[in-house]
Design a protein around this ligand. Structure first.
Ligand code: HEM
Length: 489
């Protein structure tokens, strides 16, 4: 009897030991790990950003955590992030392939594609087609200004009343990328745009939310009917909205005369045929959804943060308006080129991006081979978390790391300067490929709206709450906004 009990205890001990993840030799340090859970109890599943900051204080800029049984290395501060994803880009530019985000995206598209030929071809193609559809030329400005007019109309209808701007900004950014992808836009009350924008917001929150993290940590629970399944339903809804658009393109396109990115992709498919190329119709669907999603939630949440801070820092808003009036004078509208004559506005927009910290942990990377970083050994397949939050508020890199202050981007002469630690779009070969589009949108939207309107924090709205809701993207809590028409100078 005693022998059986001892044997059972031994078996149990062996099982526990096997289920307790071990740090590989010379792996970055980190907190002690528990069986099965790894370091999940060290991290808030709702929002781990503060925990990552706390662990940095204990273990330094490069440390490790176990998300369940999965080893991850967290990179903090500009030096460690650049050393990994720029200097050693070939080793650190993969993407993990077995997480919720990959499963719902069927391992296709560009954002989550592993470092390899399919990713490279699709990334190059996206950059090229974005350029052909007007990035860097006036045609993209035309599209953005066209959409701004709808925002202006919405705001004009709300003069004197308090409105909630989140749907308006989500719709505007969604329509801008939608025009580049599908050559079409939707009225703000159209069911298509309402549904797709809601789906994008939900996906961002589910993937990095508590259930997404549990899914990624504990493979044994993946087939259970738990709330992470909502992500599959949500992506299915998106697909069902986008498939008819692609089918319509197939019917109406004129080969060689592309109207938008979908037409370009279909042309490319026809050109490549079935010669083992990474281009396919299945890829097209996820590729388009990738660009649509990445181009909507990010820019709109940055705008929302921007207007929250501009309303609650009226002296900064007024100084922007003075500069805009002075530079634009009688011009009927702003162009992206005008940014070179607006150092203060540039500084404010960059400061908004710094404080908005829209993609706080970047998109997770993964090592594609056994490698080294700052003296540590990191095996192939290790999850890499570039903690952009730690760079955007790193002490020593910013004049005012912990407050909203455009001086962070101005030198003694009042000229605009961009510190090395400004990396809301990340850095290295996986850096955001929509940066050019996003910057153009932010500039034209903010300048046009500030020129025409004064934005006011409603007197009865209480104290502003700057807390952000965590997900792949950070979102300001819903807030009210009052607008007044400015007298045009
Ligand atoms: C303010 C707006 C935006 C911010 C802050 C932002 C930020 C980011 C970040 C941090 C990454 C991860 C980079 C990495 O893995 O190291 C990323 C990737 C990406 N972004 Fe953006 N983004 C924005 C707007 C856009 C727009 C408008 C588009 C659409 C054209 C876009 C498309 C993408 C794509 C496709 C990737 C994946 C790139 C790859 O894996 O090679 N983003 N973005």
């Amino acid at each position: 009897m005693i022998a059986t009990i001892i044997l059972l205890c031994l078996c149990f001990l062996i099982l526990i030991l096997r289920l307790t993840p071990q740090r590989p030799k010379n792996f970055p340090p980190g907190p002690p790990v528990l069986p099965i859970l790894g370091n999940l109890l060290n991290l808030s599943l709702e929002n781990p950003l503060k925990d990552f900051e706390r662990l940095k204080k204990s273990y330094g800029n490069v440390y490790s955590v176990f998300i369940g049984l999965r080893p991850a290395v967290v990179l903090n501060g500009v030096k460690a992030v650049k050393e990994a994803i720029v200097t050693n880009a070939n080793d650190f530019s993969g993407r993990p392939q077995d997480m919720l985000a990959n499963d719902i995206g069927e391992r296709k598209g560009v954002i989550l594609a592993d470092y390899g030929s399919s990713w490279r071809e699709h990334r190059r193609f996206a950059l090229m087609t974005l350029k052909n559809f007007g990035l860097g030329k006036t045609s993209m400005e035309e599209r953005i200004h066209g959409e701004i007019q709808y925002v202006v109309d919405t705001l004009e209808q709300s003069i004197g009343k308090a409105l909630r701007p989140e749907v308006m900004f989500h719709n505007a950014t969604s329509n801008i990328i939608c025009q580049v992808l599908f050559g079409t836009r939707y009225e703000y009350n159209d069911e298509f745009i309402r549904t797709i924008v809601r789906c994008f917001t939900n996906i961002s929150k589910i993937i990095n939310g508590p259930w997404g993290t549990l899914y990624d940590s504990l493979p044994m629970i993946r087939s259970l009917p738990l709330p992470f399944n909502k992500a599959y339903k949500t992506i299915e809804t998106c697909k069902n909205l986008v498939i008819p658009l692609i089918n319509k393109h197939k019917k109406t396109r004129v080969p060689g005369e592309p109207r938008d990115i979908v037409d370009c992709y279909l042309d490319e498919l026809a050109k490549r045929g079935n010669n083992g190329s990474s281009f396919s119709e299945d890829q097209l669907l996820i590729y388009v959804l990738d660009l649509y999603l990445a181009g909507t939630d990010t820019t709109s949440n940055t705008l929302l943060t921007g207007f929250l801070y501009l309303m609650t820092h009226p002296h900064i808003q007024e100084r922007c308006q003075q500069e805009i009036d002075q530079v634009l004078e009688a011009k009927d509208r702003a162009s992206f080129e005008d940014r070179h004559n607006m150092p203060y506005v540039q500084a404010v927009i960059h400061e908004v991006q710094r404080i908005a910290n829209t993609v706080p942990l970047s998109v997770f990377h993964c090592t594609s081979k056994d490698t080294e970083l700052m003296g540590y050994s990191i095996p192939r397949g290790t999850l890499i978390i570039p903690n952009l939050t730690s760079v955007l508020n790193e002490e020593g890199q910013w004049k005012f790391p912990h407050e909203f202050n455009p001086e962070n981007f101005l030198n003694d002469k009042g000229e605009f300067v961009k510190p090395e630690a400004f990396m809301p779009f990340s850095t290295g070969p996986r850096m955001c490929l929509g940066e050019g589009l996003a910057r153009m949108e932010l500039f034209l939207i903010i300048v046009t709206l500030l020129r025409k309107f004064k934005f006011i924090w409603p007197e009865d709205a209480g104290k502003p709450d700057y807390t952000q809701v965590y997900g792949v993207t950070l979102t300001p809590k819903p807030y009210p906004m009052k607008v007044q028409l400015r007298a045009m100078k």
